[in-house]
Design a protein around this ligand. Structure first.
Ligand SMILES: Cc1ncc(COP(=O)(O)O)c(C=O)c1O
Length: 498
């Protein structure tokens, strides 16, 4: 077995999932929740038809003996196996995605920090901002490198993070953590060891949002998982690239200089954020995903080879480029996720939006994301996806007679407005909703981020600028325009502090 990470214990078991199976085999008579009573009879027929009868049998409540009650329960064993698999000291199984993980991480580092600051990558997911709202911590933003040709953001260099710490010091702020995102949505991986060194030199832990990197470290050709190269807290959406069910995720605490302090703080943050009815199906899927990732290295290698085959096909087409072939031009990109193939269309007369829509409409092929001049294909680890079919379909769309509305020039990201309040002050302030035209110069109570690339253009507490309003409305009007956090889909109004 060739494994990128050294694992200390036997991973052939999936103790929690196996306990659920044993429970289902007993077929107990259930006078308890869930109301479907784990059978397909009566009113549950349609539900059983929808998810499968077995799913109902495995859907049980918490605190059942022999499954998750007591010390060293099968659930505890499963969580310990996960910590080992991802190279961490401790893991938490989350039922509300990396969104929960980010909130937990910020609450964890904010415990005892009494309103300090987090030196943070500006392309943070909105759940990071939620953490700031909950804790009252302030962000010292560091902008990621931006690829204006394709409209994508990459990561941070250690030097950029260090500059963020210097700005925080100059502003009299007391950082309690650094926060970065790696990999990016488009597969750019930052120098985590270098970033951790910077954070540690300033006496604080490094949080890595690795929502898109749950598969890292499970094959020699995949980048290392951040917990094994210096990150202190790592949040990952196991459901994205780790193969577990939607919504299931993990927070990993690495064995590092801050682990003893962070461990109880994160446990408290977990209790603050986790439902008291975490789905056994989600938790069981995490246990199974971990075992598959550790044991099925060969299959992961096959997916990596398939992705390489797709890259070779893309390079052979005169109208296509590979976004990752240009990663070397960006100092913040240390390496790339091989299972993500970002295809550049700037040599063609087809926009990324149009390509993605046409592949879905006429070829029944769904791609993860599009920008104005790129589309991104994800290859799930261990999956055998037909890359020849994808390439043939892309070639067919490109070969159609011209006449499409080309949309190559990515929108220019607006600079953020000045910060007038902390995110927490703005969020909890008295607010009103005003028309877009009247919002300029007011303080936003919400976070708004245009997708892609998903960098929050306005954070709570920042002044709304005319440039940001125009940008967000233009994005909202574009073919796949989406502004997360907006009050309405066309961004006609903003929630501002009274
Ligand atoms: C960088 C990043 N972090 C966190 C999240 C939230 O993940 P989840 O959907 O698992 O809650 C996302 C979601 O897309 C993301 O892109």
């Amino acid at each position: 077995m060739t494994q990128a990470q050294e694992r200390r214990i036997d991973h052939s078991r999936a103790p929690y999932a196996e306990a659920l199976r044993r429970h289902a085999e007993h077929d107990p008579l259930m006078f308890m929740v869930p109301g479907h009573a784990a059978t397909a009879s009566g009113m549950s027929r349609e539900l059983a038809d929808f998810v499968g009868e077995r799913a109902l049998r495995h859907d049980i409540p918490q605190l059942v003996d022999g499954i998750d009650a007591g010390r060293d329960s099968p659930l505890e064993q499963a969580v310990a196996l996960a910590a080992d698999a991802w190279g961490a000291r401790r893991a938490w199984f989350l039922a509300n995605g990396s969104s929960q993980g980010n909130r937990m991480a910020v609450i964890g580092v904010g415990t005892g920090a009494a309103g300090g600051a987090v030196v943070a990558q500006r392309s943070a997911h909105s759940s990071f901002l939620d953490g700031l709202v909950v804790t009252g911590l302030t962000p010292e933003w560091v902008f990621p490198e931006y690829d204006s040709r394709h409209g994508l953001n990459h990561g941070l260099t250690p030097a950029a993070l260090a500059a963020g710490f210097e700005r925080a010091a100059a502003a009299g702020e007391r950082p309690c953590a650094a926060y970065v995102i790696s990999p990016s949505y488009f597969g750019a991986v930052s120098d985590i060891a270098g970033l951790a060194e910077v954070a540690h030199a300033h006496g604080v832990p490094l949080i890595v949002d690795a929502a898109w990197g749950a598969h890292f470290g499970f094959h020699d050709e995949l980048p290392a998982f951040p917990a094994s190269v210096g990150a202190d807290i790592v949040v990952t959406s196991t459901h994205k690239m780790g193969g577990s069910l939607g919504q299931s995720a993990m927070l990993l605490l690495a064995e590092g200089p801050f682990a003893d302090r962070l461990d109880p703080a994160l446990e408290r943050a977990y209790n603050l954020t986790q439902t008291t009815s975490a789905s056994s199906l989600l938790l069981g899927s995490l246990d199974i995903a971990r075992r598959s990732l550790v044991l099925e290295t060969e299959r992961i290698g096959e997916s990596v080879a398939l992705a390489e085959r797709l890259r070779a096909l893309v390079r052979s087409h005169p109208q296509l480029t590979l976004v990752s072939d240009e990663f070397a031009n960006y100092a913040s990109v240390a390496t790339a996720d091989p299972l993500r193939v970002s295809i550049g269309l700037s040599r063609s007369s087809c926009s990324g939006y149009e390509m993605r829509a046409e592949l879905a409409r006429t070829h029944d092929i769904l791609l993860e994301i599009a920008t104005s001049s790129a589309v991104v294909a994800f290859l799930g680890p261990g999956k055998e996806l037909d890359v020849e079919r994808l390439f043939a379909a892309i070639s067919e769309v490109l070969g159609r007679p011209a006449g499409r509305a080309a949309a190559h020039s990515p929108l220019r990201l607006p600079s953020p407005g000045p910060r007038r309040m902390t995110p927490r002050e703005a969020y909890f302030a008295d607010t009103e909703v005003v028309p877009a035209a009247e919002s300029v110069g007011r303080v936003s109570a919400d976070a708004l981020a245009a997708y892609p690339p998903g960098i929050p253009n306005i954070a709570p507490g920042e002044e709304i600028t005319a440039e940001a309003v125009a940008f967000l409305r233009e994005v909202a009007a574009s073919p796949i325009g989406f502004v997360r956090g907006a009050i309405d889909s066309v961004v006609d109004a903003f929630r501002v502090v009274v």
